[in-house]
Design a protein around this ligand. Structure first.
Ligand code: NDP
Ligand code: OXD
Length: 302
């Protein structure tokens, strides 16, 4: 019963030492597999092309929080996403930074700085700005807490009815949620239901001049709808950490438009030790027959 490491080589030394400390066998890449029947789990971003090589495979572990990039897995193979406080804190930090940047008109100031243009815009209290967080899961809830502590009026939206530290709208109440979101933050998983959710209809349901902060997945957003909303003044500016495709092609209008700031999917980068600890927890659960940490519900898609 072993885990096959199929992730970034730079993470391997840390995984090696944590697995050794736990007495848990680690196969250091497909080339090191001597007995495919001994592979019980694979930790990867993208799995090896031929999973039928591993007849006793029971779990694939995504070395990240999202799972939308993974192909369908064979029946009987569970999917676990990495649960790590570090991932959640990193994305929370990016969202707080991006929210403050839009709240304090940084896209406009960055453009003015290039032109040496000393011109101020009205400064508003955070408490006068309503932030709406699409996706109140592990990351959304953490971001909500931080933004609320900065004084923003925060609400969230989740698929099911929930309660939390801030008001949470259910998916069926999306219109009311959008209508009160001066700054819209997307922290949704990409599923058939959420693909394209940032479209002309949803952007037009926001208060006029709203800002968009997007750290979910590129395919949530229709870029042409964003461009039209920016040109029309419906959206004032956007901060995007995710695009479709990634990398965003050179010369794409979103790189050049001063109202849009793109970062290259750097909201989080799984810390090697945290990833290894999650994988060790999955191996323990497989041995003990207990529920897998980070188990993805295939029907929901997250
Ligand atoms: P969770 O699974 O913990 O939370 C997902 C949230 O989205 C839940 O609140 C869920 O509702 C809600 N949701 C799902 N579908 C819908 C829907 N159709 N309508 C409304 N709400 C919906 O995920 P995380 O918080 O851990 O991560 C969220 C996403 O963040 C990841 O899937 C990934 O896309 C992105 N991410 C981006 C990173 C980056 O570097 N930019 C890094 C890490 C993650 P409910 O509570 O009812 O289940
Ligand atoms: C993740 C990501 O899902 O990097 O962890 O986006």
């Amino acid at each position: 019963m072993s885990l096959l490491f199929h992730s970034t080589a730079a993470r391997l030394p840390v995984w090696r030492s944590l697995f050794a400390a736990d007495g848990e066998p680690l196969i250091e890449g497909e080339d090191a597999v001597t007995d495919p029947a001994g592979v019980t789990a694979i930790a990867c971003w993208v799995p090896p092309a031929d999973l039928s090589r591993y007849p006793n495979l029971r779990a694939v572990i995504s070395v990240g929080a999202g799972v939308d990039h993974l192909p369908p897995l064979p029946d009987g193979v569970a999917l676990s996403r990495t649960l790590a406080p570090g991932i959640e804190a990193m994305v929370r930090d990016w969202v707080v930074m991006a929210t403050l940047m839009l709240h304090r008109d940084m896209p406009a100031y960055l453009e003015q700085a290039r032109a040496g243009d000393w011109c101020s815009h009205p400064v508003r209290l955070a408490s006068s700005r309503r932030v709406g967080i699409l996706g109140m899961g592990r990351i959304g809830a953490l971001a909500a807490e931080s933004l609320q502590s900065l004084g923003f009026e925060v609400a969230g939206l989740s698929r099911s009815e929930r309660t939390g530290a801030v008001p949470i709208f259910a998916a069926s109440q999306i219109d009311a949620f959008l209508a009160r979101s001066d700054l819209l933050v997307c922290l949704l998983p990409l599923t058939p239901e959420t693909r394209g959710i940032l479209n002309a209809k949803t952007l037009s349901a926001l208060p006029r001049g709203a800002g968009l902060i997007h750290a979910g997945r590129g395919a949530h957003l229709d870029p042409e709808a964003l461009r039209a909303a920016l040109d029309d003044g419906q959206i004032s500016a956007a901060m995007l950490d995710v695009t479709d495709p990634e990398p965003l092609p050179q010369g794409h209008w979103m790189w050049r438009d001063p109202r849009v700031i793109v970062t290259p999917h750097v909201g989080a980068n799984t810390d090697a030790a945290e990833g290894a600890r999650h994988a060790l927890a999955v191996m323990r659960a497989l041995r003990d027959g207990t529920p897998l940490p980070g188990l993805v519900d295939r029907a929901r898609g997250y």
